[in-house]
Design a protein around this ligand. Structure first.
Ligand SMILES: [Zn+2]
Length: 240
């Protein structure tokens, strides 16, 4: 799963387990539709209270297998102090050039955790840089066609919502693969919600967004461009 391969969809996130909480259902749904999907986690969570970075990388591999990712890598940028610096942007841009995704999923650009909004910023700028011929002579230029922002933790109206009803349980299974973070007996367990609480929380949020499009579970996204429609007769989601 660590060999570079050309992707249709690439999710970029700050921490291992972010994609499992935000866009994992969409990634799994796209993999089931035959697309090649992948994830780049920018940090290994080395400031986390529980477990170790090495353990989280192993857990991320397992979660990626459940989500049927063709590729997952961790750039090992410093956790909790992610900086939008030239080196970070360039490193990420070269990964994007090698993976050649058509679509990139980023965290929403406003968030409580600084790593999350910085990941959005670094991700967007790296996508732009990746298209410039002269930034790196050893890789070919590639600029993704589309950037979409996962807005599950942002209190904003989504541009669209993906129905992940059929994928929700496996997305939950992928999240719980991070046993060092969500296990009941792990150290510091008084600081962390337990497994039923996690399930309840994520299901409520996914249920809320699903309800907006008339399905059980959904994952919301924001895009900066307008959505184009060619056939208004086929528009989904009923008004009454
Ligand atoms: Zn995170």
């Amino acid at each position: 799963m660590t060999q570079p391969t050309q992707l249709d969809v690439l999710a970029i996130a700050a921490h291992p387990d972010d994609i499992e909480q935000t866009c994992g259902g969409t990634l799994l749904k796209m993999a089931e539709a035959g697309y090649r999907t992948g994830a780049l986690d920018l940090t290994a969570g080395d400031m986390g209270t529980r477990g170790s970075p090495e353990l989280r990388l192993t857990e991320a591999e397992e979660a990626g297998r459940i989500l049927r990712l063709k590729h997952r890598d961790n750039l090992r940028f410093p956790d909790a102090r992610l900086e939008n610096a030239l080196g970070a942007r360039m490193t990420l841009a070269v990964h994007i050039r090698n993976l050649k995704p058509r679509v990139v999923i980023l965290p929403y650009w406003q968030a409580r955790h600084p790593d999350h909004y910085r990941a959005a910023e670094i991700g967007y700028e790296a996508c732009f840089l990746a298209g410039l011929k002269k930034i790196d002579e050893y890789s070919e230029p590639h600029r993704p066609f589309k950037v979409m922002y996962s807005s599950v933790y942002a209190n904003v109206t989504p541009s669209f919502i993906v129905d992940v009803t059929a994928q929700f349980d496996r997305r939950m299974e992928a999240l719980l693969a991070y046993r060092s973070q969500y296990g009941a007996v792990a150290e510091g367990s008084h600081l962390f919600p337990n497994e039923p609480e996690i399930h309840d929380r994520l299901a409520s949020v996914a249920r809320f967004y699903g309800n907006l499009i008339g399905v059980k579970y959904g994952e919301p996204y924001v895009v900066k461009e307008a959505m184009r429609v060619d056939d208004v007769v086929a528009l989904p989601v009923r008004s009454f």
